[in-house]
Write a protein of this length. Structure first.
Length: 195
């Protein structure tokens, strides 16, 4: 949520006061960081994560405004949202958390556990009970996002590697080939032929 809020601040180049902030995970003991980042004290343990702001914020001029890119991002977000599992499973909540952080950053297991006010080991156990792990979940999110980005002509493989926080394009290339059996270029060519 903080990455979305900071992106909004960066793109508007103006203060964006929040009226309300709700997060899905339990409240940590110390709320000072939340108040410093968002300017208000959040509500914790909600059904969904959201923030409310004044309507006039929507009229702020946006730095780097690009209607075509906006349409592309909305399509990618909608596609991923439609694949999300609704429910109370920890894997679904963690998936939502990771997606809320991207493309700003890919949270580590430690950061994710802290966001849910638990130890990394406890989070790993909860995910294990659901038959998954942090590594599997973050890899599947990266794969889904990579496939969605490859359907957009605007992004090179290097751009996608950067957006998905790979150390270098070759690491993304190797991971994608391992997931799908195709290089990013081969996958893009197949997808663009079928559109």
């Amino acid at each position: 949520m903080s990455s979305v809020y900071h992106l909004l601040l960066r793109m508007s180049q103006q203060p964006v006061p929040l009226r309300e902030l709700q997060l899905t995970y339990p409240a940590p003991e110390d709320l000072r960081a939340y108040c410093a980042i968002f300017g208000i004290e959040p509500q914790f343990g909600g059904e969904e994560a959201y923030f409310r702001m004044d309507r006039e914020v929507l009229q702020y001029p946006m730095l780097y405004s690009n209607p075509r890119l906006r349409q592309s991002f909305e399509a990618i977000a909608e596609e991923i949202k439609n694949k999300l599992v609704r429910g109370k499973q920890w894997s679904a909540q963690l998936r939502g958390w990771i997606l809320s952080c991207l493309p700003g950053y890919l949270p580590s297991l430690q950061q994710s556990a802290e966001a849910f006010a638990m130890s990394p080991r406890t989070l790993q156990l909860k995910l294990s009970e659901e038959g998954t792990s942090y590594q599997q979940l973050s890899a599947s999110i990266r794969m889904e996002m990579a496939k969605a980005y490859l359907k957009q002509r605007e992004y090179s493989s290097s751009d996608i590697a950067y957006l998905l926080h790979y150390s270098e394009p070759s690491a993304f290339h190797n991971a994608f080939k391992k997931w799908t059996g195709f290089t990013p270029g081969q996958y893009r060519a197949m997808e663009l032929r079928t559109v």
